[in-house]
Design a protein around this ligand. Structure first.
Ligand code: ADP
Length: 542
């Protein structure tokens, strides 16, 4: 028997029109090199309507991909709504891609138009001749003085908006499963793959983020997405904030740790979100700012060392909240909001729980599967398996049919992460399949080793990779960045690790470096480190 409820599409136009009616006075602040731009939802949404009309005038067809090559700014937010609400697909391009990858994703997406911040124009222009699908390059004047080439494809954003009346009436998307946005995986394992979010998946992901035991974002919040708007839609925060009617504090190009903390202080930010390297960089500066407005510092994309979260708790009384997700999962799937029963645990045990990836959010299903036998693993906190994901905001495939082996026969996403889950549902990521160190037939978790090494007070950052070994097949090798001028030896690092891990986990080599290579999304670039290992001649050999 069918239920008798209205079948209305879950689509971004609802989010837009609701906010337009209810939250016109809410603030959007964008930090700029020369100060800041302050605006309201009302002013921004008028520009969204102008932009939607401008896309019509440019003859951008329905379902066409509209690329953005932009920082976290109000203009980017205008694109976030005008493009999908008018039936096109927003393709947020990673501004740190190498030219070959950039040309690849624009071609794979078949972008029709690309919008670019003037400050970022030189990076995009490097491949301007390798983007045959792109008819227009719309330059957003962000106050920078980068030269704008004299080229028939180039259009000025403000001129475009001023070129006609705004779109009136309501935006309509009939099919909630139609594509709203496109984001590419960062391509650590080959060519980047396109993940195509639907209106429905975006709305459900945003709605879940509002839930009290997820991010609890409400109208009273002031949200600062530090995670780039090209990285999984800044973890959905722009859409979530607008659904809630929260103020948005957008860091633009002002993303150095001191600048971010100054924005938090000035605008009384309540929730901020970024990858661990950002919050690690901010740690030594926390005492210089009044950060009492913060109620949540969200962190994910890579493991959050316990020492980092506890460092924040010691400095400002607020630990970091960890979340897990991927480009393919929109991304939020688990969040480290502790259970009420965990209030009874001591500080150390609670800190340990916060170093897990947290518990599954509503509507998201996970399972652990033994990669060799295919058997589902129990949630006993010990049995490790590949993490597989299912839910209404999890990808069912990639654009243009690539990467089909990432999906199981029964439609689950194979994440490539190895994890355990304890009986309370806390997910603990052991490693990524390709980063695990397989030594003598057993696994060594590079993530656990890194977290322990970063717990040493004289260590700023550490990454562990596998080195081929004739006897054990692989052995762990650590790259360590000492804090400031700290003098640190291999013996110091090993002595620190000895009480914390089994003896056979101890790295065979420790290399001290000034900095670790990072990927475009701020993670340790382990592929680069592995390649570097090949070039290193061990001490004592000639
Ligand atoms: P890429 O897969 O190219 O690195 P994503 O940004 O989609 O790009 O990364 C998703 C991966 O990041 C996950 O599969 C996982 O390995 C890692 N990750 C995300 N969040 C966490 C976390 N809280 N702890 C550990 N690893 C994480």
């Amino acid at each position: 028997m069918a239920g008798l409820m209205q079948d209305r599409p879950l689509s971004l136009p609802h989010v837009f029109h609701r906010a337009e009616m209810l939250f016109a006075d809410k603030e959007i602040v964008t930090a700029t090199a020369s100060g800041e731009r302050r605006s309201t939802y009302g002013e921004c949404f008028e520009r969204v309507r102008r932009l939607a009309a401008a896309l019509d005038r440019l003859d951008v067809p329905a379902e066409a991909r509209v690329g953005t090559f932009c920082s976290n700014t109000q203009t980017h937010l205008e694109l976030y709504f005008a493009v999908p609400c008018s039936g096109r697909v927003l393709h947020t391009i990673n501004i740190r891609l190498f030219p070959d990858q950039l040309a690849f994703v624009v071609a794979d997406a078949q972008d029709d138009v690309v919008f670019v911040d003037r400050a970022l124009l030189p990076a995009l222009w490097q491949v301007a001749d390798r983007m045959p699908s792109v008819r227009h390059i719309v330059v957003i004047d962000d106050g920078s003085n980068e030269a704008v080439p004299d080229d028939p494809r180039v259009v000025d954003y403000e001129t475009l908006l001023a070129g006609g009346p705004p779109r009136s009436g309501r935006f309509v998307i009939d099919d909630e499963n139609s594509a709203a946005a496109l984001c590419y995986t960062s391509g650590t394992t080959g060519d980047p793959k396109g993940v195509l979010y639907s209106h429905r998946s975006t709305v459900l992901h945003s709605l879940t983020s509002l839930a009290a035991d997820v991010l609890a974002i409400g109208e009273r919040d002031r949200v600062q997405p530090v995670v780039p708007m090209f990285h999984v839609n800044a973890w959905g925060l722009p859409y979530t904030a607008v659904l809630a009617g929260a103020n948005l504090i957008l860091p633009g190009t002002q993303t150095a740790p001191g600048e971010l903390l100054a924005q938090i202080e000035r605008h009384r930010v309540t929730i901020s979100a970024g990858v661990p390297t950002i919050w690690m960089g901010a740690l030594p500066l926390l005492h210089e700012h009044d950060l009492s407005s913060l109620r949540m510092v969200l962190c994910g994309g890579a493991a959050v060392p316990q020492s980092l979260s506890e460092g924040w708790r010691a400095a400002i009384g607020l630990p970091i909240t960890q979340a897990w997700g991927m480009t393919e999962t929109s991304p939020i799937c688990t969040v480290g909001v502790l259970r009420s029963a965990d209030n009874e645990l001591d500080d150390e045990e609670r800190a340990r729980l916060r170093a897990t990836q947290g518990r599954p959010v509503p509507l998201f299903d996970l399972r652990l599967v033994n990669p060799e036998t295919g058997a589902e693993q129990p949630w006993d906190g010990v049995s490790a398996g590949e993490l597989q994901a299912a839910g209404p905001w999890i990808a069912s495939g990639y654009l243009n049919g690539s990467g089909a082996d990432a999906f199981t026969d029964d439609g689950w996403l194979r994440t490539g992460d190895i994890a355990t889950v304890d009986p309370r549902g806390y997910l603990n990521l052991v490693d990524r399949t390709k980063d695990l160190v397989k030594s003598g037939g057993e696994w060594i978790s590079s993530v656990t080793l890194e977290n322990h090494i970063m717990g040493h007070p004289a260590v700023a950052e550490a990454a562990v990779v596998a080195k081929p070994d004739p006897r054990w097949s692989e052995r762990p090798v650590a790259f360590v960045v000492p804090r400031d001028d700290a003098r640190l030896t291999t013996d110091d690092v090993l002595a620190h690790l000895r009480p914390l891990v089994p003896k056979w986990w101890l790295p065979d080599e420790v290399h001290f470096v000034d900095a670790l290579p990072k990927t475009g999304t701020g993670k340790f670039a382990k592929r680069v480190l592995r390649a570097r290992l090949d070039a290193i001649v061990p001490e004592g050999s000639t």
